[in-house]
Ligand binder design. Structure first.
Ligand code: MG
Length: 333
């Protein structure tokens, strides 16, 4: 934790509060203080309709228990757009990765349920079932993505996003992976869908050139080489592959989301707006700067995302608090 705290201190000084730890927030980041004040006056603000998206992973099993009514609750909270998850290759239906879950819905039914609730499903997370990116598996990946694209075309999404990092230890591995990404992007494009990749923290680990084996430092983010995320961006065709930057996981990967958005304004076109749990509570994310940059860059959409609450509170609660935070934040249009 010491490393991370020191890192955050250094970075917040460099980026005017682009990332600030909670303790720094009160004394060194006027922009963040303003955001906090905005959040505090939340209750009094008029309900204006903003374009706020949600990644339904945030709700885990809670949404699957009663999808039609759950979706209506989301619309009432102020969400208008969804990015769903849980596409199953075997059935072509949507559910969850959990073995306890028994709910699976077709693209047609999911679309109808969303429309009935006044929501649009504009994006979906989907991982291939193949994890060996050897060139000999190229046709298997094509087959997987062709089927996934067909199902998602029926769902009517604009974006299809892979959220899982394949095994990458060096630049050669990254090249094999991005060859598949480029093909997936081509396949999706034919159906009018934009294909993208979503990061966690490990994409910010630098990896060595060629086929060299990495020598990780105690802190893997200080290893020598090029970050996987950068290799993914530079090895993919901008016409076929976009990037969905998860701003929280970028920070957890000891990087500043603002620096990436500034460096790749034409590649990072979707965002995951995420905090430790509900948005704004930790004080470690400077959402005002992130949103300002997103509007400047013409980001297409953003999706709120929550991990499972460590205190056992209902996920719907955090999802609602997050909608309130954004609805009352003057920096969110
Ligand atoms: Mg995410």
């Amino acid at each position: 934790m010491t490393n991370r705290r020191n890192f955050l201190k250094g970075l917040s000084a460099l980026t005017m509060g682009g990332i600030a730890s909670q303790s720094l927030l009160s004394c060194s980041s006027p922009a963040s203080n303003k955001a906090a004040e905005t959040a505090e006056t939340a209750e009094a603000a008029p309900a204006t309709k903003k374009k706020i998206g949600l990644q339904t992973y945030s709700l885990g099993q809670e949404l699957l228990k009663d999808i039609p009514n759950g979706l209506k609750r989301l619309a009432e909270m102020g969400y208008s757009e969804l990015e769903i998850f849980g596409y199953q290759d075997a059935t072509g239906k949507f559910g969850d990765y959990s073995k306890d879950n028994q709910t699976f819905v077709s693209a047609k039914d999911y679309k109808k349920m969303a429309e009935d609730a006044g929501l649009v499903i504009s994006s979906s997370h989907c991982n291939p079932t193949i994890w060996d990116y050897a060139p000999s598996n190229g046709s298997k990946f094509d087959e997987f993505w062709k089927k996934a694209v067909d199902v998602h075309a029926e769902l009517g999404v604009k974006y299809l996003v892979q959220p899982g990092l394949p095994p990458v230890e060096n630049e050669d591995d990254a090249k094999r992976v991005t060859d598949v990404f480029n093909r997936a992007g081509e396949i999706a494009k034919k159906a009018g869908i934009k294909w993208g990749y979503h990061n966690h923290n490990m994409e910010f680990v630098p990896v060595p050139a060629g086929s060299e084996k990495p020598k990780y430092e105690k802190n893997p983010w200080r290893s020598k080489g090029t970050p996987i995320e950068e290799l993914f961006i530079n090895n993919t065709d901008p016409e076929n592959v976009l990037f969905e930057l998860d701003v929280y996981w970028t920070v957890m990967g000891q990087n500043d989301p603002l620096e990436w958005m500034e460096k790749y304004p034409n590649r990072i076109k979707l965002l995951h707006i995420k905090d430790r749990w509900e948005l704004g509570a930790s004080g470690m994310m400077n959402f005002e700067n992130i949103f300002n940059m997103a509007y400047k860059n013409g980001v297409f959409s953003f999706f709120v995302e929550l991990e499972r609450d460590r205190k056992g509170r209902p996920q719907f609660e955090g999802v609602e608090l997050s909608a309130k935070y954004l609805n009352n934040a003057s920096f969110v249009k």
